[in-house]
Design a protein around this ligand. Structure first.
Ligand SMILES: *Cc1c(COP(=O)(O)O)cnc(C)c1O
Length: 382
């Protein structure tokens, strides 16, 4: 399969016809258990927490799309991050991007830290600081790029080079870009993490998460986490993600086209005080985005000046829905401070630049002229 180009992989990797019946679509194996062939012998399956044929197909597809050697599907992005950090032991040190998804920080600070794991948030754009932060007990450096909601980039290849010299692994949360627009493993990452809830599923109809590894020990490690912790993705939701993946390259093309058009419109609008979008030449890391990503995506964040301005904007949009999440076919807008970053205190939010005036857009695949007209009339109410 790996000899094929991306759009072919999206349709065919893990999606070969069912060997038993020839069914063109992957069957949904709604079974918790499997009949064994004897004592201690089976047809490759024994219990669906350990493995399910529908899940195995999705895991195969994800492995191919990210260019890894193993893939593991979890019940949500958070379940995937939990499985990523749970193999750490008390006394281990974990370095995390300073500006991560609020749920990641909540998990690390309010749960994982209790197990005696040392968590340190580091500005990964500062490679000297990163070098100084790596200690003898550092086991993992977790990168999120671009970050939510300020769209700050981390140079994955540069971070991997520094971190690998110290014998430490790098994981990358690739949710915002999707495998269509960014390939962390090709840039040197050891592990890729996804919330499949977003672009991979693409239709806002199911949560899911994934870890894609590059070493035989990753397979053993993440399989153990699936079996021991149990946060696996159900067969039906595996089917939904498989179905979503088939149109990922096509959807990402439209997301990209719409994202660029919307950003160009907003960048010139008087009511928009600031816009954070790596596709604009004014973005401080535009050159890195061009080098590291295969596109700029459709995620962007605006500064409207105050919580009241955001409230008026969100009450006025008609196509954009005031909802959390991202990466679906429909356009969404959300107030970062009270949604994705609600778990932080106001002081913590301000420290990482999340003001009350920020509104994040996930630009969908509707007609871009309609989207721009909608944003224009909503901004008139601000
Ligand atoms: C949504 C999201 C997550 C968490 O995923 P869930 O599927 O909601 O559990 C993690 N990281 C990023 C960047 C996300 O956008």
């Amino acid at each position: 399969m790996s000899e094929y180009k991306y759009a072919t992989l999206a349709v065919h990797a893990g999606q070969q016809p069912d060997p038993q019946t020839g069914a063109v679509n992957v069957p949904v194996y709604l079974t918790s258990t499997f009949e064994l062939t004897g004592v201690g012998t089976d047809k490759g399956w024994d219990y669906s927490r350990a493995g399910n044929p529908t899940r195995a197909r999705l895991e195969e597809a994800l492995t191919a799309l990210e260019g890894g050697t193993c893939g593991h599907a979890f019940s949500s992005g958070m379940a995937a991050i939990t499985a990523l950090v749970s193999p750490l032991h008390a006394g281990d040190h974990l370095i995390c991007s300073q500006n991560v998804y609020g749920g990641t920080a909540r998990l690390l600070d309010r749960v994982i830290q209790h197990f005696g794991i040392e968590i340190e948030y580091v500005d990964l754009t500062d490679l000297d600081l990163l070098k100084k932060s790596i200690k003898a007990n550092t086991k993992l450096v977790h990168v999120e790029t671009p970050t939510n909601p300020l769209m700050q980039l981390t140079d994955i290849a540069a971070v991997a080079e520094v971190v690998h010299k110290a014998g430490v692994e790098v994981s990358v949360d690739n949710t915002f870009m999707s495998p269509a627009l960014q390939s962390p493993i090709a840039l040197g990452a050891d592990i890729v993490m996804h919330s499949t809830t977003k672009f991979l599923n693409g239709h806002s109809d199911g949560l899911g998460g994934a870890l894609i590894g590059t070493k035989p020990e990753h397979k053993d490690r993440f399989l153990l986490m699936q079996k021991a912790m149990g946060g696996i993705l159900s067969p039906f939701e595996c089917f939904l993600v498989l179905r979503g993946i088939k149109t990922l390259p096509l959807r990402m093309k439209q997301h990209e086209e719409n994202g660029r058009a919307v950003a160009a419109f907003l960048a010139k609008h008087a009511k928009v005080q600031k816009i954070f979008y790596p596709g604009l030449e004014t973005h401080p890391q535009h050159e890195l985005a061009k080098r590291q990503q295969k596109g700029f995506g459709s995620m962007m964040t605006l500064e409207l000046g105050s919580r009241e301005a955001v409230d008026r904007f969100l009450k006025s949009v008609k196509i954009f829905l005031n909802a959390e999440s991202l990466g679906g076919v429909e356009s969404l807008a959300s107030h970062s401070a009270t949604s994705t970053h609600a778990a932080l205190t106001e002081e913590q939010r301000l420290k990482i630049g999340i003001t009350q005036g920020l509104v994040r857009l996930s630009v969908g695949i509707e007609d871009k002229d309609d989207l721009i007209a909608d944003l224009s009339q909503a901004l008139d109410h601000v």
